[in-house]
Design a protein around this ligand. Structure first.
Ligand SMILES: *Cc1c(COP(=O)(O)O)cnc(C)c1O
Length: 352
């Protein structure tokens, strides 16, 4: 660290992303990517745009806003695009939370806490229930904005739409940010509610259910006034934040509905299969509506299992934090990948 770095950033612990090994071939079940390639239409869209890379991308991102808005019957004016939804979150936190702080669960997406440190935002941590679910009633007395991932990150547990609406209605003077990175794998999106409630912001990504993690595209939905505030931040920091190849890749992927359905259905069915097999081997598995499973087994350490799987060429994620330190998080791959994973787990347990 140089002596020039500002104090706020010198003190923060940066977000640690899952490994993206560039050397050896692993079965990658550690960062909740899709195991499936992007829709066929995506390659064509990218090739077409490549020829006009001498020009700046559309700073209004009209094509992307329009395709994203159409998902939920919203107007383009309700959308702000991001270079991945992490950037949407940064815009939102910068726009609305700097002077008010934010509340979020003790177990959730680690990036929220990092953003708070980076932007000097006060945070209130609200513990999940014993069973790792969110109790909306815990937020009734919270007056600062609330940020929830739904399904929640690191647990996969999803709140029903009526609970989200309850949260939004608890206090109409308070913003509620719902991060729906995993919503397509089993939850019901609350995006249409932005037509009814101006204190709701919904964030979604192309990275998980639409096989475009490497393209870096996300978007958020809000009422037109709130969306315009987010756009104000976006255009102040980087008006060309979504490059033209990624923008048209995203538009093509949003159009490929049958392929999307097929991929999502596969993840859901392989998730059920994997959970059953893990339970059969004595694991406790949290009920997941996402493209990953959190699993632990009495007598088998989370970190130890992570290491032994890695030795066998399989990458999963382990979080050293308190309540989830005994778990491993395994992303749902193809059926063949999950059979390799299950075989390796069986092999490791057999050694004990
Ligand atoms: C993966 C993830 C994101 C970030 O996705 P991007 O690739 O930046 O779009 C945001 N929130 C949660 C809960 C996630 O799991």
């Amino acid at each position: 660290m140089s002596r020039f770095l500002c104090a706020e950033l010198a003190a923060l612990k940066p977000y640690v992303p899952g490994e993206q090994p560039q050397d050896k071939k692993y079965i990658k079940l550690n960062t909740n990517e899709s195991p499936f390639p992007p829709a066929e239409e995506v390659a064509l869209a990218v090739a077409r745009r490549e020829k006009s890379l001498n020009l700046y991308s559309d700073p209004d991102c009209r094509a992307l806003k329009s395709a994203a808005a159409a998902l939920y019957g919203l107007d383009e004016g309700c959308v702000s695009p991001g270079n991945g939804s992490d950037e949407n979150l940064a815009h939102i936190f910068a726009a609305f939370l700097k002077d008010k702080g934010v509340a979020f669960p003790d177990v959730t997406y680690g990036f929220y806490a990092v953003l708070c440190s980076a932007l000097g935002i006060r945070r209130t941590v609200v513990p999940l229930r014993e069973d790792f679910s969110v109790d909306v009633a815990d937020y009734a007395s919270v007056t600062c904005p609330v940020c929830l991932a739904n399904p929640n990150a690191q647990t996969g547990i999803c709140l029903p739409l009526r609970d989200i609406e309850k949260l939004v209605l608890q206090n109409r003077q308070r913003l509620v940010i719902i991060d729906e990175a995993y919503i397509d794998f089993g939850g019901q999106s609350c995006a249409p509610l932005v037509k009814k409630y101006d204190n709701l912001i919904v964030v979604q990504t192309m990275s998980k259910s639409r096989s475009l993690a490497g393209a870096r595209v996300g978007f958020c939905f809000a009422c037109p006034e709130v969306a315009a505030d987010i756009e104000r931040v976006r255009c102040s920091l980087n008006p060309y934040n979504v490059n033209s190849m990624s923008m048209y890749a995203a538009v093509a992927a949003l159009g490929a509905r049958a392929y999307f359905e097929e991929c999502v259905q596969s993840v859901i069915s392989v998730r059920g299969y994997t959970a059953e097999r893990l339970k059969g081997m004595g694991f406790e598995v949290l009920p997941s509506s996402a493209n990953f499973l959190m699993a632990k087994r009495a007598g088998t350490g989370g970190h130890e299992l992570y290491e032994k799987l890695k030795e066998r060429g399989i990458l999963v994620r382990h979080f050293a934090e308190g309540r989830i330190a005994d778990f491993i998080r395994v992303s749902i791959g193809t059926r063949a990948q999950m059979d390799r994973f299950l075989g390796a787990v069986r092999d490791i347990l057999g050694e004990e």
